[in-house]
Design a protein. Structure first.
Length: 171
């Protein structure tokens, strides 16, 4: 797409549907619609949750491990709160790192048991950080931690109630 001058949704929206279909076949019709926020695929709000996470994008890129450790502690705290709200725990801890050049790195560690222990999650995330990040090469723009391979306590399908909007007349 880059070779055609399409780098984002605005570029894609400039194309006619028939031209996109000529270039991309049936996918061209999908691209045309999605660039105009037209999506007829069914929404499934009852998906089973596969992970719980928290992340933070920094205003200034980080180049100090001590600061990253402190940020990971805050992220682990937020993640713990989310795990508690969802009443779940998991076996796989994943660290997400986005560098200043927007490259993404993820590293995971799977435990033999499920956990939602904040200090254990933080310790694993910090170990993954030290084994992943080389500050002499890149600064860090984003850090995130997620827990997956959930234990099932919150994996039941949630129940939603359809709300109605009552429209009235003025006066």
């Amino acid at each position: 797409m880059n070779s055609l001058g399409i780098a984002n949704g605005t570029d894609l929206k400039r194309w006619l549907e028939e031209d996109l279909v000529k270039r991309f076949g049936k996918a061209g019709r999908f691209y045309y619609k999605i660039a105009r926020a037209q999506d007829d695929r069914p929404v499934n709000p009852n998906r089973i949750r596969k992970s719980v996470g928290a992340e933070k994008t920094f205003e200034h890129d980080l180049d100090d491990f001590a600061l990253m450790k402190a940020e990971l502690a805050a992220i682990a705290r937020k993640l713990k709160e989310r795990l508690d709200v969802k009443n779940t725990s998991g076996r796989t801890i994943t660290l997400k790192v986005r560098y200043s050049n927007f490259q993404l790195a993820t590293r995971s560690h799977t435990l033999p048991y499920a956990t939602n222990d904040e200090s254990q999650i933080l310790c694993l995330a910090q170990e993954l950080l030290f084994s992943t990040v080389n500050l002499s090469e890149q600064k860090v723009r984003l850090l995130g931690i997620s827990v997956s391979n959930l234990d099932g306590t919150d994996r039941e399908i949630p129940v939603y109630e359809q709300l109605s909007l009552k429209l009235g007349t003025n006066g």
